[in-house]
Design a protein around this ligand. Structure first.
Ligand SMILES: [Zn+2]
Length: 306
């Protein structure tokens, strides 16, 4: 992962990481990356696929299976990637890196005690704790796993959509520096004015704060809540010292209206004398979501993979 980050930096790329909680999303991310790899002539294009576990705001391994059991969901997620990243899959050439996102210092203790060799990187999230305890627990995690995993830490909480907190509590650059020096994490998540799970993409990302933090700790920022910022305002991230971007909300938020319009437009095919089973299937609905998610992911990849 460090080598991939270094190579991406040499290209001027910000590495995007896309969260998933179902096979349709997983495949849309890989398909968009595959298409981009062909456009720019880079067969082994790196793409990060990530998932949260017992993160209280979004338990994505739990959502991956209708058993709602995180261990089964995590196995299914890994199994899907295992199959999709090997021949005869069209995505076999991609350099797919698996990231665990927002792994909680307390509720994910069971996951952290298990086998972690399948993962390239982990976000160790103790950001709900007071700063001193956050730093102590994160530093301990880096001591235990820092030689085998790229570790991302959070020196601040990211606001939740609707909380009214976005933009009000941006990270003090001195705090980010203190956190990084105390923990030794590879990537730092700071509050740069964005918010998680945003219903609209209208927030201002604070590039000035990103640059002030980068001036102190070097280019090692990871931006969360990226869907809350219009895509055309994200082009300057590399210059601001951001090296990775996490995305999920936009994929779900912006594909749903497309599905709704398709279903409304096919209303006469869903029931009545012109009804056709072709329009009543999960395959049809997922095909629409897949195509739109792939298009959205492709738009983000265009921003950075040129
Ligand atoms: Zn996040």
């Amino acid at each position: 992962m460090l080598a991939v980050l270094a190579d991406a930096a040499a290209h001027g790329w910000v590495l995007p990481a896309f969260n998933t909680e179902n096979l349709t999303t997983t495949e849309a991310v890989l398909a968009a990356a595959h298409e981009r790899s062909q456009i720019i002539g880079c067969a082994h294009l790196p793409v990060i696929v990530d998932i949260t576990n017992n993160y209280w705001h979004r338990q994505q391994t739990v959502n991956y299976t209708h058993t709602r059991n995180w261990e089964i969901g995590l196995r299914l997620f890994l199994a899907d990637l295992h199959v999709l990243c090997a021949p005869p899959s069209p995505y076999a050439d991609l350099n797919v890196l698996i990231h665990l996102d927002h792994i909680q210092w307390d509720s994910d203790a069971g996951l952290l005690a298990g086998e972690l060799s399948r993962f390239s990187s982990i976000m160790f999230d103790a950001s709900t704790l007071p700063m001193e305890e956050n730093m102590a627990r994160t530093a301990n995690f880096v001591r235990m796993h820092g030689k085998t995993l790229l570790i991302e830490g959070a020196c601040d909480e990211i606001a939740e959509a609707g909380s009214g907190a976005a933009g009000s509590g941006c990270t003090d650059p001195a705090t980010a520096e203190r956190y990084w020096r105390a923990t030794g994490v590879d990537l730092v998540v700071a509050n740069l004015g964005t918010e998680h799970r945003a219903a609209r993409s209208t927030l201002a990302y604070r590039g000035d704060i990103a640059r002030a933090i980068t001036a102190r700790i070097g280019p090692r920022l990871c931006l969360h809540g990226s869907s809350s910022v219009a895509a055309d305002r994200l082009g300057s991230l590399f210059a601001d010292g951001v090296r990775r971007v996490n995305l999920w909300t936009a994929l779900e938020r912006d594909s749903t209206p497309v599905l709704m319009r398709a279903m409304q437009g096919s209303a006469d095919k869903l029931a009545g004398p012109r009804a056709s089973l072709d329009y009543c299937t999960t395959t049809w609905r997922q095909g629409i979501v897949f195509a739109e998610m792939k298009r959205i992911v492709g738009k983000y990849l265009e921003l950075w993979y040129v």
